[in-house]
Write a protein that binds this ligand. Structure first.
Ligand code: ZN
Length: 580
């Protein structure tokens, strides 16, 4: 294993942190970056100068100064610029990205053990595919697909047949228990059964280091068996954060990938590579997850999604739009290509020429047009014009890029023949309730107390998450007391009277006299919204406490680590709904 001067923390872990962190995101907090071509420029923060000679490359994840020759990655930058210790930076970035700190290296050992076994078994799969008899047997398939040998080899495709299991048993480098754990073998009465028997094997690579972490198997013969199976999720393989083919694309483009074409299956990727479209990747046949989107945009700024209008259901598409818009910054491009009915790239490429497929890619439509199309296709009585505009306005809020937001607004206006001022006033109206509240009392706990004083039955909506560590400030204590009283006496009116002998009665009385104008039917919704905001603030507080702990003792126990990761996820999830 490669090691550098990072002492106890291993090289792969550091690489993972660098890989996951958006260097532009972090650096732009400290310096003024201007995008020119593929690079970002700035006045160098490490030496005095008038013209920018400090360059940052997003995809290669490094910075370099032509003036004073400093260079490095995000970790080096934070150490030198923020004067932090290495361990501080690593802790900070790993918690930012929710990456587990494996100081005891158990994970690392397990990873190596698993991936070593998979590497060895894949060697057998490949040998087995190129065995004369099998290759002859399989050639009908390769000829039909027109797959070239170099592409088959690039993806280390193999084959499992019934003689293979005897070989597993003979080679002591292969740990059979692991193969059972990851779902390649099944144990039955002291015998092993090969689950991938008679399947074409697609090894799945860790896109960061190229290790094999899982397998996909395509059924070639039997109609009553599932077409595709995957090895099961394991300590080192989570299907939901893998992108098939990304490792190969990264190798070809030397980590400088200008665009990625996302397709559904393994064979789509292979067939596309086969005709020279060597920037195709797959989400392993599942609905695109947030982790996958993040990985894709960590590696490229342009994403083309290949979408089959008949197969993808309304809900999955609706969810996809909601998810992916959150990543639409001004420097990114998202577009869609729509496949002809009942076709995927693999099946289509058996019928049409390479040039025709490239034309299809070139005629991709951008995400905004795709959204319009989506609603046109689904316009039943529920999705009338007003509802559509309402939904589109929700999308505007999701988009992080200012220019993108602007273009989308303009497009909506053009499409529905609305004036942009009208649209903006509509956007303003949507937030009016909250704005009105904020003018009077801007402390969210106070707002909740006000709500409860007016409508005590709202207490039934409160479920305090058990993982939340409550802070003991004045307002919080009162708030908890109110909830307690409401529950105990099942109060639904005159809550204030219950507190007439309490020392903070005056405080409550004052709040009760504040006027808040909220439409009646919105009460529950706004109450929950503010409640979530309180939770979020508390989670932030819990988070800060852990970071303080890291800074003082520089080591965390497992419970703290787990809690830190939990907090990261929770905060990310909750903060999507708020502008803090
Ligand atoms: Zn410099």
């Amino acid at each position: 294993m490669k090691k550098n001067n990072y002492n106890n923390i291993d090289y792969d872990f550091i690489n993972k942190i660098i890989e996951y962190t958006d260097i532009i995101d972090i650096l732009s907090k400290y310096i003024n970056l201007t995008k020119i071509g593929n690079n970002y420029f700035s006045i160098c923060p490490f030496h005095k100068e008038n013209n920018p000679s400090f360059i940052v490359n997003k995809s290669k994840k490094f910075y370099y100064c032509f003036g004073c020759k400093v260079y490095g990655n995000i970790i080096n930058f934070l150490i030198f610029f923020k004067k932090k210790t290495f361990i501080e930076v690593v802790n900070e970035l790993s918690s930012l990205n929710g990456i587990y700190i494996n100081s005891n290296n158990i994970y690392k050992k397990k990873y190596n053990l698993y991936s070593e076994s998979m590497k060895n078994i894949n060697k057998l799969y490949i040998e087995n595919l190129f065995n004369k008899f099998n290759f002859y047997k399989l050639s009908f398939f390769f000829i039909k697909k027109k797959w070239k040998l170099n592409v088959i080899k690039l993806f280390n495709i193999g084959y499992s047949s019934h003689l293979l299991i005897n070989k597993f048993l003979k080679i002591n480098k292969i740990n059979l228990n692991i193969l059972v754990n990851i779902g390649i073998l099944k144990k039955k009465n002291n015998n092993y059964i090969d689950i991938f028997y008679n399947r074409l094997i697609f090894p799945i690579f860790d896109y960061i280091n190229g290790n094999i972490i899982g397998f996909g198997g395509k059924n070639l013969y039997k109609k009553n068996l599932p077409k595709y199976i995957n090895s099961s999720d394991s300590k080192i393989f989570k299907k939901k954060n893998c992108i098939y083919g990304l490792y190969q694309v990264k190798q070809i483009y030397n980590n400088n990938i200008s665009k990625l074409l996302l397709v559904e299956g393994y064979t789509d990727v292979i067939s596309l590579f086969n005709i020279g479209i060597n920037y195709a990747v797959s989400s392993l046949g599942c609905n695109l997850t947030n982790d996958q989107i993040k990985i894709l945009f960590n590696n490229t700024n342009e994403l083309i999604l290949c979408y089959d209008g008949d197969k993808s259901g309304f809900n999955s598409l609706y969810n996809l739009i909601n998810k992916i818009l959150l990543y639409l910054t001004d420097d990114r491009r998202i577009s869609f290509i729509i496949m002809p009915k009942n076709e995927d790239p693999d099946s289509l490429l058996q019928k049409i020429k390479k040039e025709d497929f490239i034309n299809i890619i070139n005629s991709s439509i951008d995400i905004f047009d795709f959204i319009f199309k989506f609603y046109e296709n689904n316009s039943n009585s529920f999705y009338n014009k007003i509802n559509i505009i309402n939904n589109l306005i929700k999308y505007i809020d999701l988009i992080p890029g200012k220019l993108m937001k602007f273009f989308f607004k303009k497009k909506i206006c053009k499409k529905f023949n609305i004036d942009i001022n009208e649209l903006n006033s509509f956007l303003y109206k949507k937030n009016e309730n909250y704005i009105y509240i904020n003018k009077f009392i801007n402390n969210p706990i106070r707002i909740l107390i006000k709500f409860l004083l007016d409508k005590p039955e709202l207490h039934k909506l409160i479920i305090i998450p058990s993982e939340l560590k409550i802070i003991n400030n004045y307002e919080m204590i009162i708030f908890l007391k109110i909830i307690f009283i409401c529950y105990k006496y099942n109060i639904n009116k005159n809550l204030l009277l219950f507190f007439k002998n309490y020392k903070y009665f005056n405080y409550l009385y004052k709040i009760s006299k504040i006027n808040i104008l909220i439409k009646n039917d919105n009460n529950n919704k706004i109450f929950l919204h503010v409640l979530n905001k309180v939770y979020l603030l508390l989670y932030y507080n819990n988070y800060d406490n852990i970071i303080k702990k890291i800074k003082s003792i520089k080591l965390l126990n497992d419970i703290d680590k787990k809690y830190l990761i939990f907090l990261n996820k929770k905060i990310l999830k909750l903060s999507k709904n708020f502008v803090l």
